[in-house]
Design a protein around this ligand. Structure first.
Ligand code: B12
Ligand code: SF4
Length: 494
């Protein structure tokens, strides 16, 4: 079949700080190609809706699949599905990805016939089987498929994450992918899943608490095939197992691969596996993101982060000693008042690291979705991007955004203000000389994208598609069947 895979447009955060290749979609594309399909991809983080329609007219795909990792993109995907189905009714339209997997039923309802099915879970296993069933029948019996006329059993986990190398040759304008001074930047996956169970996160519920590693040889081989000089390691928590990180490192050294790396990890993992990070520092690790989430014990407990402020500060010291550039994330609680924002601003200004602030958001697929959703103040998918408040704020909403944007602006200026600009100007000039201007453009974008008026007014837009919160929710962890995409028992056997 001719299959077109589409990634939706960027969300607020990506409008400024980064734009990264759609790795999950590239993996699905590789699996579909291996099954004999002719595949094209279009990334709306770079291309426009008009480009998409031109692509469809040119390629005349028999199937169009949307990658729906981010909940806030749901209305865009539903609208595009409706347009495509109205224009070319014979096209098989489907969606997959992280968020689609948690809201399959409601996506089909909103689609009103325009979305033929949702492929839940890991796309490498479900998508080829799904398209085979489109041709041969039995769609509603495929594991992971939720179709208009029924649903198959839970999705199957990919046995070996080495199986499909991302189809990077199908992504166009790759020079547009960047994160900060890593311009251009590619992405890679060394492990999949997360063994922790933070209450606000759906990474562990998606993968049924499984955790798989790429073989060090396959990881290094893939890295060697990447053209970009910079690489974003997408693992939820990098280097949980020191021996795995060391083994990949040795393969990289053996092959003489020279790149710069960005990764995300936890403070306790950095403290425990310091030697791996030091080794990777020598291999080219430069940027690191740590989700500290809170600066005090009570906040960490609330998010069930299973870490402590002392471990967090120790991790920052270790990272500093290694000369890494660290960005940390804190979760702003809707309960915060002016004083709390002020404390956070003061704390953030007192440390060297880049500090990001995101707003606590109960997402489908998380425990907080079940325990908090009765308090939701909005059912608008578009506001679920961790930059908007979807729970009642202690401060009046407008005032909450005043404080939030003020704090984000202070944090942004701290790094991209005059002093910061001076520090990064030579890097920006070097990149511009090579025709890479993504980072340069980012430096002036903050005020255009982040505005308390925009964020507040976003709440006033009419809601065409309303989310479906769980019925009969309680303050307890829900039963496993409701929480997971991949079944934990099956995941444990994989
Ligand atoms: C790396 C990452 C990022 C990277 C993007 C990396 C990249 N190259 O694309 C960056 C840093 C840019 C990022 C940004 C954000 N992220 Co993010 N991100 C992740 C993370 C950690 C891993 C994603 C990944 O690449 N996994 C590896 C690939 C192989 O897996 P995958 O993409 O999920 O794809 C598989 C399946 O989903 C499925 N699939 C995917 N597409 C398709 C398409 C079809 C048709 C089919 C059938 C299947 C399918 O098959 C794939 C292969 O198995 C996830 C957590 C997680 N573990 O999923 C959070 C996560 C997806 N991000 C999240 C969030 C909130 C954000 C931000 C909104 C945060 C912010 N500060 O604003 C932004 C928004 C970005 C945007 N679109 O504008 C949330 C999503 C919550 C939600 N329900 O909406 C997650 C789940 C994290 C969390 N803790 O809750 N993110
Ligand atoms: S927040 Fe990080 S450590 Fe916690 S469950 Fe999610 S990916 Fe794992």
């Amino acid at each position: 079949m001719r299959v077109l895979l589409v990634h939706p447009s960027p969300l607020m955060y990506s409008e400024i700080y980064l734009r990264l290749e759609p790795l999950g979609m590239e993996r699905v594309a590789a699996a579909l190609r291996a099954s004999g399909h002719q595949v094209r991809m279009l990334d709306l983080q770079i291309f426009s809706h008009r480009d998409l329609f031109a692509e469809i007219a040119d390629f005349t795909p028999e199937a169009v699949g949307f990658s729906l990792n981010y909940l806030a993109n749901a209305p865009e995907v539903i609208d595009l599905a409706k347009t495509i189905k109205g224009w070319r009714p014979e096209t098989f339209v489907f969606a997959g990805g992280h968020s689609a997997s948690f809201i399959a039923g409601e996506l089909l309802e909103h689609g009103a016939g325009a979305i033929d099915c949702v492929a839940r879970g890991e796309g490498e296993t479900v998508a080829p089987e799904m398209l085979a069933a489109v041709q041969d029948g039995g769609l509603a019996r495929v594991p992971g498929v939720v179709a208009l006329d029924g649903a198959g059993p839970p999705p199957r986990l990919l046995k070996d994450i080495d199986s499909f190398t991302p189809a990077r040759d199908l992504t166009r304008k790759r020079h547009k992918y960047f994160i900060s001074v890593f311009d251009p930047c590619a992405s890679i996956e060394f492990t999949r899943g997360c063994p922790w169970d933070c209450a606000f996160c759906s990474a562990w519920t998606f993968y049924g608490r499984s955790y798989r590693q790429a073989s060090p040889e396959a990881a290094a081989r893939e890295l060697e095939s990447i053209r970009e000089p910079n690489v974003f390691i997408v693992d939820d928590v990098a280097f949980i197992h020191a021996d795995h990180g060391m083994a990949i490192g040795r393969e990289i050294e053996k092959r003489g691969i020279k790149k710069r790396y960005y990764l995300e990890t936890r403070a306790d993992v950095l403290c425990r596996n310091r030697e791996v990070f030091e080794y990777w520092r020598r291999l080219g690790l430069e940027l690191m993101f740590m989700g500290l989430e809170a600066i005090d014990e009570a906040g960490l407990k609330l998010h069930r982060k299973r870490s402590s402020p002392s471990v967090n500060f120790k991790a920052l010291e270790i990272a500093r000693a290694m000369g890494l550039t660290v960005a940390i994330n804190l979760i702003a609680d809707p309960d915060w008042d002016e004083r709390r924002f002020e404390i956070v601003r003061e704390w953030a200004m007192s440390i060297d690291e880049v500090v990001h602030l995101t707003v606590a958001t109960p997402y489908p697929g998380t425990e907080t979705w079940f325990t908090e959703s009765r308090r939701l103040t909005t059912l608008d998918y578009r506001l679920f991007d961790i930059q908007h408040a979807v729970l009642p704020t202690k401060l009046p909403l407008r005032k909450f955004y005043d404080e939030l944007v003020k704090t984000q602006a202070v944090l942004n200026r701290k790094h991209l203000g005059l002093r910061g600009l001076f520090q990064v100007s030579s890097e920006a000039a070097r990149l511009a000389a090579h025709g890479q201007t993504n980072f340069l453009k980012m430096l002036w974008k903050f005020n255009r994208v982040y505005s308390r008026e925009r964020q507040y007014n976003d709440h006033l837009r009419p809601v065409e598609y309303a989310m479906r919160p769980p019925q009969g929710h309680s303050a307890q962890r829900p039963p496993a069947a409701q929480l997971y995409v991949h079944n934990p028992r099956a995941a444990a056997q994989a």
